[in-house]
Design a protein around this ligand. Structure first.
Ligand code: ATP
Length: 315
Protein backbone atom coordinates (compact mmCIF):
# COMPACT_ATOMS: atom_id res chain seq x y z
CA UNK A 1 0.00 0.00 0.00
CA UNK A 2 1.63 3.25 -1.16
CA UNK A 3 1.05 6.62 0.48
CA UNK A 4 0.78 9.86 -1.48
CA UNK A 5 0.70 13.42 -0.12
CA UNK A 6 -0.78 16.44 -1.83
CA UNK A 7 -1.33 20.05 -0.92
CA UNK A 8 -3.84 22.61 -2.15
CA UNK A 9 -7.05 24.55 -2.12
CA UNK A 10 -10.54 23.20 -2.79
CA UNK A 11 -13.62 25.03 -3.92
CA UNK A 12 -17.34 24.70 -4.14
CA UNK A 13 -18.34 24.59 -7.80
CA UNK A 14 -21.79 25.66 -8.94
CA UNK A 15 -22.90 24.04 -12.18
CA UNK A 16 -25.65 25.85 -14.10
CA UNK A 17 -29.04 24.18 -14.47
CA UNK A 18 -29.24 25.49 -18.02
CA UNK A 19 -26.96 26.73 -20.80
CA UNK A 20 -26.45 30.36 -21.77
CA UNK A 21 -25.00 33.52 -20.24
CA UNK A 22 -24.72 33.19 -16.48
CA UNK A 23 -26.83 36.29 -15.83
CA UNK A 24 -29.90 34.40 -17.05
CA UNK A 25 -29.25 31.17 -15.15
CA UNK A 26 -31.51 31.01 -12.09
CA UNK A 27 -30.30 27.82 -10.40
CA UNK A 28 -27.19 25.74 -9.92
CA UNK A 29 -26.10 22.35 -8.66
CA UNK A 30 -23.54 22.46 -5.88
CA UNK A 31 -20.43 20.33 -6.39
CA UNK A 32 -16.93 20.07 -4.95
CA UNK A 33 -13.81 20.87 -7.01
CA UNK A 34 -10.15 21.84 -6.99
CA UNK A 35 -7.27 20.24 -8.89
CA UNK A 36 -5.47 18.77 -5.88
CA UNK A 37 -8.65 17.48 -4.28
CA UNK A 38 -9.71 15.87 -7.57
CA UNK A 39 -6.29 14.24 -7.69
CA UNK A 40 -6.66 13.07 -4.09
CA UNK A 41 -10.06 11.51 -4.76
CA UNK A 42 -8.62 9.83 -7.84
CA UNK A 43 -5.84 8.31 -5.72
CA UNK A 44 -8.27 7.15 -3.03
CA UNK A 45 -10.51 5.43 -5.57
CA UNK A 46 -7.52 3.58 -7.02
CA UNK A 47 -6.69 2.31 -3.53
CA UNK A 48 -3.72 4.55 -2.64
CA UNK A 49 -3.48 6.06 0.83
CA UNK A 50 -3.75 9.78 0.17
CA UNK A 51 -3.07 12.59 2.62
CA UNK A 52 -4.37 16.00 1.63
CA UNK A 53 -3.08 19.13 3.40
CA UNK A 54 -5.41 22.11 3.11
CA UNK A 55 -7.33 24.87 4.85
CA UNK A 56 -11.10 25.11 4.57
CA UNK A 57 -13.45 27.94 5.47
CA UNK A 58 -15.02 27.63 8.90
CA UNK A 59 -18.39 27.86 7.18
CA UNK A 60 -21.09 25.57 5.81
CA UNK A 61 -19.28 25.13 2.49
CA UNK A 62 -16.05 24.19 4.27
CA UNK A 63 -18.02 21.40 5.96
CA UNK A 64 -19.40 20.27 2.60
CA UNK A 65 -15.88 19.85 1.21
CA UNK A 66 -14.59 18.17 4.36
CA UNK A 67 -17.44 15.65 4.49
CA UNK A 68 -17.19 14.96 0.77
CA UNK A 69 -13.43 14.30 0.92
CA UNK A 70 -13.85 12.18 4.04
CA UNK A 71 -16.54 10.16 2.34
CA UNK A 72 -14.08 9.43 -0.47
CA UNK A 73 -11.53 8.12 2.01
CA UNK A 74 -9.01 10.97 1.79
CA UNK A 75 -6.83 11.32 4.95
CA UNK A 76 -7.75 14.75 6.34
CA UNK A 77 -5.35 14.83 9.31
CA UNK A 78 -3.70 17.91 7.81
CA UNK A 79 -6.86 19.82 6.92
CA UNK A 80 -7.88 22.68 9.22
CA UNK A 81 -10.91 24.97 9.33
CA UNK A 82 -10.21 28.70 9.34
CA UNK A 83 -12.75 31.16 10.75
CA UNK A 84 -13.52 34.35 8.83
CA UNK A 85 -12.06 33.04 5.56
CA UNK A 86 -15.00 31.98 3.41
CA UNK A 87 -14.64 28.85 1.32
CA UNK A 88 -13.75 29.72 -2.29
CA UNK A 89 -16.49 29.37 -4.90
CA UNK A 90 -16.73 29.18 -8.63
CA UNK A 91 -19.65 29.31 -11.01
CA UNK A 92 -19.59 27.64 -14.40
CA UNK A 93 -21.21 29.02 -17.49
CA UNK A 94 -21.96 26.61 -20.33
CA UNK A 95 -22.87 28.08 -23.71
CA UNK A 96 -25.20 26.38 -26.19
CA UNK A 97 -22.24 25.23 -28.30
CA UNK A 98 -20.77 23.40 -25.28
CA UNK A 99 -17.99 25.94 -24.63
CA UNK A 100 -17.61 27.10 -21.07
CA UNK A 101 -16.26 29.76 -18.74
CA UNK A 102 -15.58 29.73 -15.03
CA UNK A 103 -16.15 32.70 -12.72
CA UNK A 104 -14.06 32.51 -9.55
CA UNK A 105 -14.88 33.99 -6.14
CA UNK A 106 -11.59 33.28 -4.43
CA UNK A 107 -10.42 36.52 -2.85
CA UNK A 108 -9.63 35.41 0.69
CA UNK A 109 -9.03 31.73 0.24
CA UNK A 110 -8.63 29.94 3.60
CA UNK A 111 -5.42 28.42 2.22
CA UNK A 112 -3.82 31.90 2.42
CA UNK A 113 -3.47 31.29 6.16
CA UNK A 114 -1.04 28.40 5.58
CA UNK A 115 2.57 29.34 6.34
CA UNK A 116 5.87 27.56 5.57
CA UNK A 117 6.21 26.75 9.29
CA UNK A 118 2.95 24.80 9.15
CA UNK A 119 4.78 22.21 7.07
CA UNK A 120 6.22 19.76 9.59
CA UNK A 121 8.52 16.86 8.94
CA UNK A 122 6.22 14.38 10.67
CA UNK A 123 3.51 15.09 8.08
CA UNK A 124 5.57 13.06 5.61
CA UNK A 125 5.99 9.92 7.73
CA UNK A 126 5.53 6.92 5.45
CA UNK A 127 4.90 9.08 2.35
CA UNK A 128 6.18 7.57 -0.94
CA UNK A 129 5.35 10.44 -3.30
CA UNK A 130 4.33 14.10 -3.05
CA UNK A 131 2.13 15.57 -5.77
CA UNK A 132 2.20 19.35 -6.27
CA UNK A 133 0.42 21.58 -8.74
CA UNK A 134 0.80 25.06 -10.15
CA UNK A 135 -2.65 26.03 -8.87
CA UNK A 136 -1.40 26.11 -5.29
CA UNK A 137 1.62 28.15 -6.40
CA UNK A 138 -0.57 30.60 -8.30
CA UNK A 139 -2.91 31.41 -5.41
CA UNK A 140 -0.33 33.38 -3.43
CA UNK A 141 3.37 34.27 -3.92
CA UNK A 142 4.09 32.95 -0.41
CA UNK A 143 3.06 29.45 -1.48
CA UNK A 144 6.36 29.07 -3.32
CA UNK A 145 8.06 29.20 0.11
CA UNK A 146 5.66 26.55 1.40
CA UNK A 147 6.42 24.35 -1.59
CA UNK A 148 10.17 24.88 -1.15
CA UNK A 149 9.86 23.71 2.44
CA UNK A 150 7.99 20.60 1.24
CA UNK A 151 10.71 19.99 -1.35
CA UNK A 152 13.46 20.32 1.28
CA UNK A 153 11.83 17.73 3.49
CA UNK A 154 11.22 15.50 0.48
CA UNK A 155 14.90 15.70 -0.47
CA UNK A 156 16.00 14.76 3.06
CA UNK A 157 13.57 11.86 3.19
CA UNK A 158 14.12 10.76 -0.41
CA UNK A 159 10.45 11.15 -1.35
CA UNK A 160 9.61 11.34 -5.05
CA UNK A 161 7.93 14.46 -6.44
CA UNK A 162 5.31 14.70 -9.17
CA UNK A 163 4.25 18.10 -10.48
CA UNK A 164 1.45 19.29 -12.74
CA UNK A 165 1.97 22.95 -13.77
CA UNK A 166 -1.81 23.36 -14.27
CA UNK A 167 -1.31 26.88 -15.61
CA UNK A 168 -4.15 29.21 -14.57
CA UNK A 169 -3.59 32.51 -16.34
CA UNK A 170 -6.53 34.01 -14.44
CA UNK A 171 -4.45 33.73 -11.27
CA UNK A 172 -1.05 34.92 -12.49
CA UNK A 173 0.89 35.82 -15.63
CA UNK A 174 2.86 33.33 -17.70
CA UNK A 175 6.07 35.10 -16.65
CA UNK A 176 5.23 34.72 -12.96
CA UNK A 177 4.26 31.10 -13.50
CA UNK A 178 7.48 30.31 -15.37
CA UNK A 179 9.64 31.97 -12.72
CA UNK A 180 8.06 29.78 -10.04
CA UNK A 181 8.27 26.59 -12.14
CA UNK A 182 11.99 27.15 -12.75
CA UNK A 183 12.51 26.93 -8.99
CA UNK A 184 10.43 23.77 -8.67
CA UNK A 185 11.48 21.78 -11.72
CA UNK A 186 14.97 20.76 -10.52
CA UNK A 187 13.25 18.81 -7.71
CA UNK A 188 10.63 17.16 -9.91
CA UNK A 189 10.88 13.46 -10.75
CA UNK A 190 7.63 13.14 -12.68
CA UNK A 191 6.34 16.13 -14.66
CA UNK A 192 2.70 15.76 -15.72
CA UNK A 193 1.81 18.49 -18.18
CA UNK A 194 -0.64 19.28 -20.95
CA UNK A 195 0.83 19.71 -24.44
CA UNK A 196 -0.30 23.34 -24.62
CA UNK A 197 1.20 23.99 -21.18
CA UNK A 198 4.64 22.59 -21.91
CA UNK A 199 4.70 24.64 -25.12
CA UNK A 200 4.04 27.78 -23.06
CA UNK A 201 6.66 26.86 -20.48
CA UNK A 202 9.42 25.85 -22.88
CA UNK A 203 8.40 28.33 -25.58
CA UNK A 204 8.82 25.66 -28.26
CA UNK A 205 6.99 22.41 -29.02
CA UNK A 206 9.79 20.63 -30.94
CA UNK A 207 10.78 17.29 -29.39
CA UNK A 208 14.38 18.46 -29.12
CA UNK A 209 13.32 21.47 -27.01
CA UNK A 210 11.22 19.29 -24.71
CA UNK A 211 14.05 16.78 -24.36
CA UNK A 212 16.44 19.57 -23.48
CA UNK A 213 14.05 20.80 -20.78
CA UNK A 214 13.79 17.28 -19.31
CA UNK A 215 17.58 16.91 -19.36
CA UNK A 216 18.39 20.39 -18.04
CA UNK A 217 16.13 19.87 -15.02
CA UNK A 218 16.94 16.16 -14.59
CA UNK A 219 13.28 15.25 -14.91
CA UNK A 220 13.11 11.47 -14.80
CA UNK A 221 9.73 11.18 -16.53
CA UNK A 222 8.29 14.02 -18.61
CA UNK A 223 4.69 13.07 -19.29
CA UNK A 224 2.73 15.04 -21.89
CA UNK A 225 -1.06 14.77 -21.86
CA UNK A 226 -2.81 15.48 -25.12
CA UNK A 227 -6.57 15.04 -24.59
CA UNK A 228 -8.17 12.74 -27.16
CA UNK A 229 -4.74 11.96 -28.64
CA UNK A 230 -3.59 10.18 -25.50
CA UNK A 231 -0.23 10.83 -23.91
CA UNK A 232 3.50 10.28 -24.17
CA UNK A 233 6.45 10.21 -21.84
CA UNK A 234 10.13 11.05 -22.29
CA UNK A 235 12.08 8.72 -20.04
CA UNK A 236 15.68 7.43 -20.18
CA UNK A 237 16.30 9.32 -23.43
CA UNK A 238 13.34 7.75 -25.26
CA UNK A 239 9.77 8.76 -26.08
CA UNK A 240 6.98 6.28 -25.36
CA UNK A 241 3.46 6.96 -26.62
CA UNK A 242 -0.03 5.56 -26.00
CA UNK A 243 -3.24 6.42 -27.83
CA UNK A 244 -6.28 7.56 -25.85
CA UNK A 245 -9.14 5.15 -25.25
CA UNK A 246 -11.99 5.61 -27.73
CA UNK A 247 -14.72 7.00 -25.48
CA UNK A 248 -17.48 9.54 -26.07
CA UNK A 249 -16.49 12.44 -23.82
CA UNK A 250 -19.26 14.27 -22.01
CA UNK A 251 -17.19 16.56 -19.77
CA UNK A 252 -13.41 16.70 -20.03
CA UNK A 253 -12.82 18.85 -16.92
CA UNK A 254 -10.82 16.89 -14.39
CA UNK A 255 -9.45 14.41 -16.95
CA UNK A 256 -5.96 15.79 -16.39
CA UNK A 257 -6.21 15.45 -12.60
CA UNK A 258 -7.49 11.89 -12.98
CA UNK A 259 -4.71 11.09 -15.42
CA UNK A 260 -2.20 12.35 -12.84
CA UNK A 261 -3.64 10.06 -10.16
CA UNK A 262 -3.51 7.13 -12.58
CA UNK A 263 0.05 7.85 -13.63
CA UNK A 264 1.24 8.22 -10.04
CA UNK A 265 -0.46 4.91 -9.17
CA UNK A 266 1.29 3.20 -12.09
CA UNK A 267 4.68 4.78 -11.35
CA UNK A 268 4.54 3.72 -7.70
CA UNK A 269 3.64 0.18 -8.75
CA UNK A 270 6.59 0.02 -11.14
CA UNK A 271 4.65 -0.18 -14.41
CA UNK A 272 6.59 0.04 -17.69
CA UNK A 273 6.31 3.42 -19.50
CA UNK A 274 3.70 2.06 -21.96
CA UNK A 275 1.65 0.38 -19.24
CA UNK A 276 1.76 3.50 -17.07
CA UNK A 277 0.52 5.66 -19.96
CA UNK A 278 -2.20 3.14 -20.78
CA UNK A 279 -3.37 3.03 -17.16
CA UNK A 280 -3.38 6.83 -16.82
CA UNK A 281 -5.14 7.22 -20.21
CA UNK A 282 -7.76 4.80 -18.90
CA UNK A 283 -8.39 6.93 -15.82
CA UNK A 284 -8.50 10.15 -17.89
CA UNK A 285 -10.87 8.60 -20.45
CA UNK A 286 -13.28 7.38 -17.78
CA UNK A 287 -13.34 10.82 -16.15
CA UNK A 288 -14.53 12.34 -19.45
CA UNK A 289 -17.52 10.00 -19.66
CA UNK A 290 -19.21 11.47 -16.57
CA UNK A 291 -20.31 15.06 -15.96
CA UNK A 292 -18.49 16.78 -13.08
CA UNK A 293 -14.87 17.38 -12.09
CA UNK A 294 -14.43 14.24 -9.94
CA UNK A 295 -17.60 12.16 -10.21
CA UNK A 296 -16.14 10.11 -13.06
CA UNK A 297 -12.89 9.21 -11.31
CA UNK A 298 -12.79 5.42 -11.58
CA UNK A 299 -12.16 2.69 -9.03
CA UNK A 300 -9.24 0.37 -9.76
CA UNK A 301 -11.53 -2.41 -11.10
CA UNK A 302 -13.07 -0.01 -13.61
CA UNK A 303 -9.69 0.96 -15.06
CA UNK A 304 -8.52 -2.64 -15.29
CA UNK A 305 -11.80 -3.63 -16.95
CA UNK A 306 -11.41 -0.87 -19.54
CA UNK A 307 -7.84 -1.91 -20.26
CA UNK A 308 -8.73 -5.60 -20.54
CA UNK A 309 -11.61 -4.95 -22.89
CA UNK A 310 -9.32 -2.84 -25.05
CA UNK A 311 -6.80 -5.65 -25.27
CA UNK A 312 -9.46 -8.22 -26.19
CA UNK A 313 -10.76 -5.93 -28.94
CA UNK A 314 -7.24 -5.52 -30.33
CA UNK A 315 -6.93 -9.28 -30.77
P1 ATP B 1 -7.44 19.48 -17.48
O1 ATP B 1 -6.38 20.13 -16.64
O2 ATP B 1 -8.40 20.42 -18.15
O3 ATP B 1 -8.19 18.37 -16.78
P2 ATP B 1 -5.20 18.43 -19.11
O4 ATP B 1 -4.78 19.33 -20.22
O5 ATP B 1 -4.35 18.29 -17.91
O6 ATP B 1 -6.71 18.78 -18.70
P3 ATP B 1 -6.04 16.50 -21.08
O7 ATP B 1 -4.90 16.35 -21.99
O8 ATP B 1 -7.24 17.25 -21.54
O9 ATP B 1 -5.49 17.01 -19.68
O10 ATP B 1 -6.57 15.06 -20.66
C1 ATP B 1 -5.83 14.22 -19.83
C2 ATP B 1 -5.93 12.80 -20.31
O11 ATP B 1 -7.29 12.35 -20.23
C3 ATP B 1 -5.50 12.59 -21.75
O12 ATP B 1 -4.10 12.45 -21.85
C4 ATP B 1 -6.27 11.31 -22.08
O13 ATP B 1 -5.61 10.20 -21.52
C5 ATP B 1 -7.57 11.51 -21.32
N1 ATP B 1 -8.55 12.17 -22.21
C6 ATP B 1 -8.85 13.48 -22.27
N2 ATP B 1 -9.75 13.74 -23.22
C7 ATP B 1 -10.05 12.54 -23.78
C8 ATP B 1 -10.92 12.10 -24.85
N3 ATP B 1 -11.63 12.98 -25.55
N4 ATP B 1 -10.94 10.78 -25.15
C9 ATP B 1 -10.21 9.89 -24.47
N5 ATP B 1 -9.36 10.23 -23.47
C10 ATP B 1 -9.28 11.53 -23.14
Amino acid sequence: QYTVFTLGDALITFNPSETGPLRYVPSFTRKVGGAELNFAIGCARLGLTIKWASRLGGDEFGRVIYNFARGEGVDLSHVEFVENYPTSLNFKEIREDGSGKTFYYRYQSPILTMEPDDIKEEMFEGVDLIHLTGVFLAIDPKNLEIVKRVLNIAAQKNIRISFDPNIRLKLWTLEQAKAAYMEILPAVDILLTGLDEIEMIVGDSADSALEKCAEDFHIEQMVIKDGGNGARVYQNGTWHKKEAFPVTPIDTVGAGDGFDAGYVYAALHGYSPEDALEFANGVGALVTTVSGDNEGLPYLEEVTALIRKEKVVER
